[in-house]
Design a protein around this ligand. Sequence first.
Ligand code: NAP
Length: 459
Amino acid sequence: MPIATINPATGETVKTFAPATSGEIDSAIAHAYQRFADYRRTSFAQRAQWAHATAALLEAEAEQTAAMITLEMGKTLTSAKAEVLKCAKGFRYYADHAEALLADEPADAAAVGAAKAYARYQPLGVVLAVMPWNFPLWQAVRFAAPALMAGNVGLLKHASNVPQCALYLADVITRGGFPPDCFTALLVPSTAVEDILRDRRVAAATLTGSEPAGRSVAAIAGDEVKPTVLELGGSDPFIVMPSADLEAAVNTAVTARVQNNGQSCIAAKRFIAHRDIYDEFVDKFVEKMAALRVGDPTDPDTDVGPLATEQGRAEVEHLVDQAAAAGAVIRCGGKRLDRPGWFYPPTVITDISPDMPIFCEEVFGPVAAVYRASDIDEAIEIANATSFGLGSNAWTTDTAEQQRFIDEIEAGQVFINGMTVSYPELPFGGVKRSGYGRELSAHGIRAFCNVKTVWMGRD
Ligand code: NAP
């Protein structure tokens, strides 16, 4: 894939970038490694000051930055601006909480025959972050903010279609005051990842992206015995039971599916409605999905912009066409828009059978698959009938049902009467083939720390 800004709303190549040479990559790793030696000794107070300054710059520059995001990957300007502000919030959260989250953890000294015993969290060093284009700032910030606050330094290999976002993030972090080489954007293709990860100066890696990319990076890291966090795909269920507020459930279902033009790992992708409300849910859902305005992402009236890449749209189209040919029913959408750019309309599909690829594969576009469940057992069974386990959503006011969903859905997170969202305060991650490890919260900042046991005898 070329490293380039290609406007998804027009298909026009706006700017291309030369990939870093092997000498430039080596120099970036060397500089990051040297920087870690002194950066790790900076105080939490000093890092917090830089993180707050970075947040302030993100806030001040939100309009221009949002325009850059929209240009590179096609989300609406409104969502792009919200993303930039969320990044500022992420920096501020870790600026304010890192020291407490990484405070020494006292242990029972007497039980281990010590005068004093505790666990200390220490940074690991240079961490490689391989990131996707769908939230081009937020995905990288939710690694960068905790990692930097913990005293690590970062090397960012961003997706090839968002080079300007990558360069901006490294620049804003440096302008915020973090010392040079604390956070470097390397414009490289995915084929360069293996050598970087195998470099002895690189201590660990995090990857957010597809399952094949995660598998490849995990295999290399495993071979090198380096820790990884993997945030991979999802095919999140959205269950609606008869007791739910149907109007609210339908409105949230629409947002949960089409957020980010349908390209979010935690978008609800499979809708499971109880048979008693199935017909009503489908009718209302189809009506609202079909009414969404698809078009220019810079127009404030647009609800859904283009998909980010031509290949991404082709994959969505293929899954839908295959399902329709095998007997699934397209309730709305289902045909690409006849205009330049990579537009695909909000689509609702019913009557899907398990032998159709759309049943088990992640659909990374505004396409909703709706299933009918005869009872809660079947709803949970369908929810878990996937190799993914990232987010999940269940709508019911019955407390016994709520507890069953919380206990039995196989996912990294369950949202009751709401939709899955990432917050700095809550752990984020998946189970099964959605990956392992956690970002955000205390878990996220500790992911790239050495939990060092300290045992002190009597003097
Ligand atoms: P992708 O193709 O896997 O790309 C993600 C990143 O990995 C890019 O930087 C890409 O570089 C790189 N990459 C691709 N193949 C690689 C390989 N074999 N070795 C090393 N690096 C490799 O994913 P995407 O299509 O951009 O993003 C969509 C996927 O990400 C979806 O599955 C979505 O669910 C998932 N996602 C997950 C989360 C989460 O938190 N769990 C969040 C957002 C997205 P190039 O661009 O140069 O190929």
